[in-house]
Write a protein that binds this ligand. Structure first.
Ligand code: A3P
Length: 306
């Protein structure tokens, strides 16, 4: 059956103070020694903040929308590798797919520029050469309540993460930061604070993207130094609409062998405020109180509805 071809769930363990699994730490030396190029673009997010959405946008901006429509073009996670990934699928996805997904090797093979690099690493784990080369970093943040709902569904379906267990205990574990890639609070705050000393970070919010994709597109273009025509903009915005990405098998992860689509889908809902369908009133209050305690920087604010 399908179940039998799925790899076993990895264990969480403490890795330099951050809970991680071996799929994201097994290639550590190569990740730390990764040689960035000055025009590399890093798209950093806590899991489920909208990395795929922004990655697709940046890809289309640089390489054109034909790459999204063309059946022979590569899948997004082949083209935009996850830097820290080290994963060997039990079955190959297809004859041309990599037999081992090792982010650093996949990146070294890319001959086009700029390279677009995906990462979920907390700030302190980024390779040194990102800073030395003054690479552009796009950070996408999403409110904590929608993040935990999205991640819960994702962890149910992906065999690359530990089993999430049931919702109530998961909510607790998430608040404690006992989750792959660590605490949501640390992640969003550390990248926010880095902006003070490193100007090449463009910090975006998922909620802003939902509210006005065109406005956020324009800001992103100015950060990247690009000025697409009105026609190109319209074409890209159409390609990155949720419904279009959901049915585009280049970006919807439908070819991944380690995911169980009976549980959820990668392009699940694409909304702000879906948390309301999962949190009880008491759970919401607990999250609000925890948030007030832990969010010390008044300049970083999130919206849980728009
Ligand atoms: P939901 O689970 O809430 O639907 P990531 O790519 O970082 O893993 O984030 C995945 C989340 O972004 C999912 O959230 C997914 O549906 C949402 N998403 C992906 N593409 C989107 C789009 N074009 N518009 C809105 N949301 C999108």
């Amino acid at each position: 059956s399908n179940q039998m071809s799925l790899p076993p769930r990895p264990q969480l363990f403490d890795f330099h103070g951050v809970p991680m699994t071996r799929y994201f730490t097994d290639n550590w030396e190569n990740v730390q020694n990764f040689q960035a190029k000055p025009d590399d673009i890093l798209i950093a997010t806590y899991p489920k903040a909208g990395n795929t959405w922004v990655s697709h946008m940046v890809d289309l901006l640089h390489f054109g929308t034909e790459s999204s429509k063309n059946q022979t073009s590569p899948l997004i996670y082949h083209k935009i590798p996850l830097l820290e990934l080290n994963f060997t699928p039990i079955q190959p996805e297809s004859p041309n797919a990599p037999s081992v997904f090792k982010g650093t090797e996949m990146l070294e093979k890319i001959t086009t520029s700029p390279r677009i690099i995906k990462t979920h690493l907390p700030l302190k784990f980024l390779p040194k050469s990102i800073w030395e080369q003054n690479c552009r970093i796009i950070y996408v943040a999403r409110n904590i309540k929608d993040s935990v709902v999205s991640l819960f569904h994702f962890e149910r379906m992906t065999f690359m993460h530990p089993e999430p267990g049931e919702w109530t205990s998961y909510l607790q574990r998430f608040l404690e930061g006992n989750i792959v890639f660590g605490s949501w609070y640390d992640h969003v705050n550390n990248y926010w604070e880095k902006k003070q000393t490193y100007s090449n970070i463009h910090y975006m919010f998922y909620e802003d993207m939902i509210e006005d994709t065109g406005r956020e597109f324009d800001k992103l273009c100015s950060f990247l130094g690009l000025s697409p025509s009105a026609e190109e903009k319209k074409d890209i915005l159409s390609c990155v609409m949720f419904e279009n990405m959901k049915k585009n098998n280049k970006v919807n992860y439908s070819a991944v062998k380690g995911m169980d689509y009976k549980m959820s889908s990668f392009m699940r809902k694409g909304k702000v405020g879906d948390w309301i369908n999962y949190f009880t009133v008491a759970q919401s209050k607990e999250y609000d109180e925890d948030y007030k305690k832990k969010m010390k920087n008044p300049t970083l604010t999130f919206r849980t509805e728009i």
